[in-house]
Design a protein around this ligand. Structure first.
Ligand code: NCD
Ligand code: ZN
Length: 375
């Protein structure tokens, strides 16, 4: 029997076997420091040209001078890794002691591109963070608004009486809305969003500055696009699926994937790749964070394909390579990357600090896509 027109068009629609897009950037990344940095920076530099580098070191990167010194250490590590060109975009860690003068210095440095809010106690190395944003940081926020330095937000309340799965949604009402009402000209990125509520909030709250640039954006990780919270307990406790904010229900994953593939300019790529040694993940009180950097673009391609959004690579290019630079007021990269439908298996372990190594996110699994070229 001949297929109907509709069936026919589905049958002949060629499955993409290879595509190239402008070289992407990672708008939320943990690189750590010292020997750990040496181990992980090459993986990111192979995939991305730039990355927004998180400041939650010990001690945290709270000043421009510290950010400049950290950037130098990253560039030295990149050189050692032979991974090619990579540009780290630095971030200050916001504390109750961050002064308007420090913000002005950061904005004028050209090196610091944003300031990060860690609610105290929310995640790894957040002890020095902020417990009352508007109460403690109004002067710094005012200065950020004035000097157009974006605030990157880990959007979770930390109250022990709020269920861990609800902390992001509660944050929107308790912190995000009052923040945006008080500083309407402040550029804000809702980092690693994990809920339908956050996706809808960022989709619907479209405000722009006088030059037409968006004032609110959001980053999305591969794990939150591909998995729901069942993965944390799949046949037993799965520490390598544990990150913060934690994976949520399926309805949230679906909403996040819809946002990522929408092409809307407020949604862009941020892996939140967060390396922790194997023995620190696989322990009684394991660390939060998924080390996704080495196969990040392959995973995003898989997510877009799953959503039926990879017939052509345009939507992925918007998400990975165009929306982020536009939000930050930067030019997109000139280089390109090529992904091919060529399966590869993620190694069980990679070298990292001690003999225990590091377990990459989805270790041992097969990926449909491989990055075959990057310039
Ligand atoms: C991050 C880390 O390990 O630094 N962990 C994580 O689960 N995402 C911190 C963070 O971004 O919350
Ligand atoms: Zn992070």
């Amino acid at each position: 029997m001949q297929p109907t027109t509709k069936q026919h068009s589905q049958t002949v629609k060629a499955q993409l076997t290879e595509f190239s897009i402008r070289r992407p950037d990672d708008w939320h990344l943990h690189l750590r420091d010292g020997a750990a940095l040496d181990h992980v920076v090459g993986a990111t530099a192979k995939q991305f040209h730039r990355a927004i580098v998180m400041p939650n070191l010990k001690p945290p990167v709270t000043t421009t001078d510290m950010a400049v010194a950290y950037r130098d250490r990253i560039l030295t590590a990149v050189k050692k890794s032979n991974a090619g060109s990579f540009e780290p975009l630095m971030v200050l860690y916001l504390t109750g002691a961050t002064t308007p003068a420090e913000i002005e210095k950061a904005a004028k440095s050209g090196v610091v591109k944003a300031v990060k809010l860690y609610p105290a106690g929310a995640t790894t190395n957040s002890e020095a963070g902020v417990s009352d944003l508007l109460g403690q940081c109004s002067d710094a926020l005012e200065a950020m608004q004035k000097h157009d330095l974006p605030l990157l937000v880990h959007g979770e309340v930390t109250d022990s009486d709020v269920d861990v799965f609800d902390r992001e949604a509660v944050f929107i009402d308790r912190v995000m809305k009052p923040l945006r009402a008080r500083f309407p000209g402040l550029r804000v990125v809702f980092e690693h969003i994990t809920t339908k509520q956050a996706a809808e909030f960022v989709r619907d709250e479209v405000t722009r500055d006088s030059s037409g640039r968006l004032l609110l954006g959001a980053t999305l990780t591969p794990q939150h696009l591909l998995y729901n919270r069942n993965s944390l307990f799949n046949g037993g406790l799965q520490p390598h699926w544990y990150c913060l904010p934690i994976l949520k229900r399926e309805e949230h994953r679906v909403a996040l994937l819809e946002a990522a593939v929408s092409g809307l300019p407020q949604f862009f790529l941020g892996t939140d790749s967060a390396p922790h040694a194997k023995h620190l993940k696989e322990m009684a009180c394991g660390c939060a964070g998924c080390y996704s950097a080495p196969y990040a673009m392959e995973m995003y391609a898989e997510a877009f394909e799953l959503a039926g959004a990879l017939d052509t690579p345009e939507k992925l290019e918007l998400f990975a390579s165009l929306n982020g630079p536009a939000f930050y007021g930067l030019a997109p990269n000139e280089g390109r990357i090529t992904l091919r439908r060529q399966s590869q298996t993620i190694p069980a372990n990679l070298p990292f600090l001690t003999d225990s190594g590091i377990v990459p996110f989805r270790a041992g699994e097969e990926l449909a896509w491989s990055m075959v070229d990057s310039d």
